[in-house]
Every structure is written in structure tokens, then in C-alpha cells.
Design a protein around this ligand. Sequence first.
Ligand SMILES: *[C@@H]1O[C@H](CO)[C@@H](O)[C@H](O)[C@H]1NC(C)=O
Ligand SMILES: *[C@@H]1O[C@H](CO)[C@@H](O)[C@H](O)[C@H]1NC(C)=O
Ligand SMILES: *[C@@H]1O[C@H](CO)[C@@H](O)[C@H](O)[C@H]1NC(C)=O
Ligand SMILES: *[C@@H]1O[C@H](CO)[C@@H](O)[C@H](O)[C@H]1NC(C)=O
Ligand SMILES: *[C@@H]1O[C@H](CO)[C@@H](O)[C@H](O)[C@H]1NC(C)=O
Ligand SMILES: *[C@@H]1O[C@H](CO)[C@@H](O)[C@H](O)[C@H]1NC(C)=O
Length: 747
Amino acid sequence: MELMSSYLISLLLFSFLVLSPRAFAAEVTDTLGKGQNVTDGETLVSAGGSFTLGFFSPGVAAKRYLGIWFTLSEDVVCWVANSERPLSDSYGALVISAMGSLLLLDSSGQVVWSSNTTGIGSTSVQLLESGNLVVSDESGGAAMWQSFDHLSNTQLPGTKIGKNLWTGADWQLTSWRSANDPSAGNFRYMTDAEGVPQNILLDGDQVKYRTGPWNGLWFSGVTEMATYSDMFTYLLTSTPSEVTYGYVAKPGAPFSHVLLTDDGVFRHLVWDHSSRKWKVFFQGPRDICDHYGKCRAFGMCNANAPLASFCSCIKGFSPTSPLLWKIGDTSKGCRRNLMLDCGNGASTTDGFVVMEGVKLPDTHNASVDPSITLEECNTRLMVATLVYSWFVAVTAEAQHPQFPAPLVIGASIASLVVVLLVLLSGTGDALDRSTIREATRNFSEANVIGEGGYSVVYRGQLRDGTMVAVKRLKKFYLTDKGKEDFSREVGVMSTLRHVNLAKLLYYCREEDEWILVYELMENRSLNLYIFGEENGFRSSLNWAQRLEIIGGVAVGVEFLHSKGVIHRDLNPGNILVSDTWHPKITDFATMKLFIDEKTNPALVLMPGYLAPEYSGEWALTYKCDVYSFGVVLLEIVSGRKRTDTPTLLLQAWELWDQRRIRELLDPEVAEPEGDLLSRLVRCIQIGLLCVQRLPEDRPTVTEVVELLTNTSSQLLTPQRPTQLFSIDTPGLSRTIRSDQHLPRGSQ
Ligand SMILES: *[C@@H]1O[C@H](CO)[C@@H](O)[C@H](O)[C@H]1NC(C)=O
Ligand SMILES: *[C@@H]1O[C@H](CO)[C@@H](O)[C@H](O)[C@H]1NC(C)=O
Ligand SMILES: *[C@@H]1O[C@H](CO)[C@@H](O)[C@H](O)[C@H]1NC(C)=O
Ligand SMILES: *[C@@H]1O[C@H](CO)[C@@H](O)[C@H](O)[C@H]1NC(C)=O
Ligand SMILES: *[C@@H]1O[C@H](CO)[C@@H](O)[C@H](O)[C@H]1NC(C)=O
Ligand SMILES: *[C@@H]1O[C@H](CO)[C@@H](O)[C@H](O)[C@H]1NC(C)=O
């Protein structure tokens, strides 16, 4: 009886499956046969369940695309059929045409996308466990079309990028236009078939990044690849018929893919089962030095070097334009100090040097002769140098290197120095970290001089005696986003050099240590001198010096604005004073550096200095800095802190309006003499213009600088301030140590 019933059930089940292939197919099949279709809501799932094909909307729900994604991570869409032609409703269908083409039809039956294949027998389509969608002709069994030949922004194990030189087939990753738009963006990642093969990342037609040439196991500029060789085998094929790059996952390796992001970074990502997240194993560009030709011809880039000198010239070379180089413009590159004597005669001083830890120069125009020895190479190079007068030396990220022999590049130190580039993974980070540990006595509590929401600032002393302020990011902020912002900002800051800005000296970046090292201002910050309780602090800063400081701050802000940077948190605690009373703005660009305003509601800024339109509506413009500057100016002349004197602006305006300026001036400072008083009156008027309620009524900072320096320039009359400052503005408070003298927390 029991046997009978289970037999019956099996039979029933069986007939159900046979009779309702759709119900079954929609759930678990990996195959689409002739006469069948996949409609919106239905999927094909590969046999092992790894990949799913179906309809999706990356952003706007109204746009539907057909794609293949990782089943356990639906957001990673590896392939998109109709990336350029989204469907506008959910009535699309994937079908096999009578001619054997795989077609995507819209609701009116129009072909939106086609595999363009024609079959003789009956065609079938299968989603393989590798993520490859294959159209094959059942009569021959051969694949007529496969998605692995039509890459989107993702490379999976088993796919290749590069070129088939015989058929002309060209495989490359193309970035999405944006996270919500799979249509072709500006970036492409491919294997460069010219010269010694390497992968390159293009922005339009411009090379933005290159991996460095293949060394037999990995790309020489992506040493991280070696770390994961237990999971992956990387394959570079360079034959007369094809030049391609791909990788294969070893048995047991987790899911992985290479993604070209919509902002132009390629990332090798691996699925971490425990956290159920993708982890970046390596990426390019990795740091500032990875940007193509960063230091130009004969320049060498060191991401761990003091910021002023990311770029240096290789031995025997000097900046082509020392003047530009000094201000951080390395675009002219370096040039040879002495001409090569080209091995002329026996007494040549030309020779070779070995360079370690660098990426090989661009091999786009290079060719390799793997058979010769170093000595032969030397000889050949000497001859080559004599024959080709254009022959030039190159270095790590030289822009237009040309060289005739493998791994050997001409250079000179009063000689022909041939640079043999040895590829090592050297980074100075570990050293930097231990140096910083030592400098701050292992981040001792006693060395803490400031703390903000995202970082702690320590006083430190380097071995050579230099005093530094060490700003260490808190661990919780070490998210991918935080790290990206850090790197981007280090790039920006390397170009921000000005006498009125605090100088970033070094940075250190390791797994869990992200650190910025600034010059330390022993004399600490301006708030000490304008509000200071301590004996003599206020009187030590006379009127002439105060006017100088105000001018210096304006010039510093003007510089920031000219570079497109809004400081956003200007206040006397962020203005350091050098021992010669020069103001140095710090914490500049931290907004860009650490905070994404829109996504981080935890943003806290110093109350009292925020422009009303910013604290109210988060409308951030350059005029917000002008407002903050105005408040700082009025504080400097009055010695009154706006947080303690909420009516400061009104007081200042009334006393100015009634010509009672002396009552506004800080009584701790000796009375102004000579023309100082009239300069102060003018200065206060400028300050009042800066704090006008409407941004359009405030001058630009460039105008402020002009108004401060040219006493005959015309001044407008400021209106009476209407808005009183309220300390209780929600979310706008923060603790700050009054004695802190440097890059305060990274708000
Ligand atoms: C998809 O297949 C179903 C069942 O065979 C059929 O009713 C439907 O008309 C097909 N849709 C398209 C667009 O071919
Ligand atoms: C099929 O052919 C059309 C027209 O030539 C072309 O636009 C389309 O890109 C082709 N589709 C594929 C998948 O190659
Ligand atoms: C390769 O050579 C061509 C032709 O001389 C030149 O235009 C190009 O800039 C060179 N490319 C590189 C990367 O050196
Ligand atoms: C520094 O501190 C870390 C933990 O904070 C500790 O593991 C290490 O031993 C310390 N090193 C020295 C030299 O004190
Ligand atoms: C700065 O500090 C140095 C050393 O402490 C001191 O000699 C100098 O007077 C100070 N300068 C200012 C502007 O406070
Ligand atoms: C100062 O301002 C006046 C009035 O706007 C102008 O005529 C003069 O050229 C300016 N002087 C300088 C040195 O810019």
C-alpha cells in the first residue's frame, strides 16, 4: 500500500513536470530550447546555481535589461545584452528565432538585440556554470555564439581580453556609463597587443593606467597578483595569432571577477563567504603613482615620499623646468644632466645602474630579445646609441620611452647608464609605519594633541628632530569609501602647496594604518592668541600682526578656491601660526577628503562659523568660506568668540555704524596708533560684508584680498545683520580641545 502511494506520487510529480515544462523551466533549467522563451520574471540558472540569467533594472525601474548575474550577489551583473537599448516595460522576452538566432524582443515583438547567428539544425541556448551563455547548433554541437566573446564591464575566469590577430576579434571590458546605466561609458580595459604585452586602461583614447609588462607570471606593476597564485592561474597568451589575457580559478577557489568600474578603476574581486561580500584583491590604479606618466619623462614616482616630492628625477637627470618642478608642476619631466659619450673610445664613463621596485617603462613600442645576456645587451645598446641619436633613456613611468633592447634602458650620470629595472614589490609603508610609531612613542596617550570624529592627532618627533603632527584615522573609518577618499585627497593635497596652508609631509597607508603627517606648528593655533586666557597671549599679538594674519588667511582661502577647494570649516582652531606669525590654514579639503556630505549625516562642523544657507539648507558654495572668514576676522579684531557672544555680528555692525570702533577692539591689545585705526575700520567693514546674510551680497575671496590690500578700492556699505547665531543648531556641535594645534579631527 505504501509502496503504491509513493509510486503514485512519483508518477504524479513526473507527469506534472513533463506536462508543465514552463513551471519547471522557469525555476531551475539552464537551457532554452526552440519554441521556448524567457519572459520578465523568469530566469535561467546554471546547473550548479552559480549564475542567473534574467531581466533586471539597475536603477530606474522603468528600464529593463537582460543580463547574467552572480546568483548569490545579484548586484554584480557580469553581462548585459541590451545595454544600449533598455526595454521600457516588463514584457520583454528572450526567444530563439526560426533561423536559429537568440533574440530579445520587446512588448511589440520588435527585435531589441540579436546574437546574429543562423543555425542549420535546431538551436539551443545554455547558461553554463562558468557564467557563459552559449548558443549552439544541436546538429554539430558547436558553439555559434557565446557571451564570453561579448564582454561587458566584467571579466570572469575563462574569459579573455585582448585581440585575435588573425580574425581581428577584439575583446575588452567597457565600463558602464554609471552605476545605473549599463550603456558604454568612457573607460576600457584591454590587453595591448603592441610591443611587450601589458594591460591598459583607457579613458576615451588616453591611456590612464597600465599594468606594466608581463613577467611570465603576472604583470610587473601589479605585484599583488603573486599573492593569490594559490587561487588563480593568470594566463597571458602572446602568439602570432593572439595576444590575450585571462585567468583561471583553481579548484576550490571562491567566486571572483574583474570589474571595470564606471569611474575607471579595474578591480579583481573575490567573494568572501563569511562576510558575504566582495573583497578587492588588487586594483589599478592603486595609488597616485599608478597614473600614467605621472612624473613624465625620466621621472620617478614614489607614493610614499614626502608629498612635495612624489616625483623625482632618476639618477643623472634633473627637472627640465626647475621652477615649475618646485611648485609641484612636473609636467615637463626630467632631462639628462650630461650627454652620453656613447662609448666613444676606451675611456667611456657610460654604464649601467639597477633600479628596483619600479614598474617597467611603457613597452608599447618595445620588442624583446629573450636570448641575449646582459653583457650582449650592453654592447648592443652602445651600438644602438651610436646609430640612433634619438635614443633616450626612460624610467618608471616615463611618458614616451623608446628602447631597443629588453629590460634595458639607456640613461646617464655623466655616462651612459643603462637602467636595469628589477621588479620587486618594495613599498616603504612598513618602514614608515614603524618610523611613525617611534616618532609618537607608539601612539602614546601622552602625545595626543587633538581628536576629532575620524582621527586622533599626535605630536611626534622624527629621528632627524623634525617635529610633526601625526593624524591617524580611526579604525572604523577604514571602509573602502574612506580609503578611496584618503587616496584621492592625498593626490589633491600633493598639488596644494602654499605658504598659508599647513604642509602635509608624508602619508602612510597600510592595511589598518592610514596616517597623514603634517608639519607641526609649535606655536599652535590662532584661537590661543585671540581668545587665550593665558598670560600675555592676547597682548602678544599686536594690531599690525593681526592685520597681517587676516590678510594671510584671505590669501590662503583665495588659493584654495582657485584650486576648486572649499574649506568649509574655517575657524581659528584650524588656523595655525608659525613662529614668524604666518597663518597656516589646516584641515583644508577635509570635506573632500573624508566626508561624503550626502551620505554621511554624522558630519559635524564648528558652530558659529557656518553660513546660514549652509547650516540651513546645506547649500555649499565658495561664499560659505567667505562667511566663515568674516566671522574669524571679527573675532580676531574683537577677541570675542562668537560661540560665547552670539550677538557678535550685530555688535560689530552697530559699533562700526556708530563710528565707535574702539569699543569693538580687543582691550587686551595696546591701542592702535598711526594709520592702524583707519586700516582696522576698513578691515571691519570688509568683515561685515563677508557675513552678509545673502551669499550674493558677500564679496568673493579674491575681492576680499583686493579690498584688504588696496586701500583705495571702493567698499560697499554692509547691511545690518538680521540673523542671530544660535548655538543650539542641531547636529552642529563638537568637542574640540582648545590647545590643539593641528589638523584637528578629520571632519
Ligand atoms: C512564451 O512562451 C509561452 C508558453 O509557451 C507563450 O504562451 C508565450 O506567447 C511566449 N511569449 C513570447 C513573447 O514568445
Ligand atoms: C547583430 O547585428 C546588428 C546589426 O549588424 C548589430 O548592431 C549587433 O551589434 C549585432 N549583435 C551582436 C550580439 O553582435
Ligand atoms: C610609440 O611610437 C609612436 C610612433 O613613434 C609614438 O607616437 C608613440 O607616442 C609611442 N608610444 C609610446 C608609449 O612610447
Ligand atoms: C605598540 O602598541 C601595540 C598595540 O597598541 C603593541 O602590540 C606593541 O607591542 C607596542 N610596541 C611597542 C614597541 O611598545
Ligand atoms: C613661538 O614659539 C617659540 C618657541 O616656543 C617662541 O620663542 C616664539 O616667541 C613663539 N612665537 C609666537 C608667535 O608665539
Ligand atoms: C586700487 O583700486 C582703485 C579703485 O578701484 C584702482 O583704480 C587701482 O587701480 C587699484 N590699485 C591697484 C594697485 O590695484
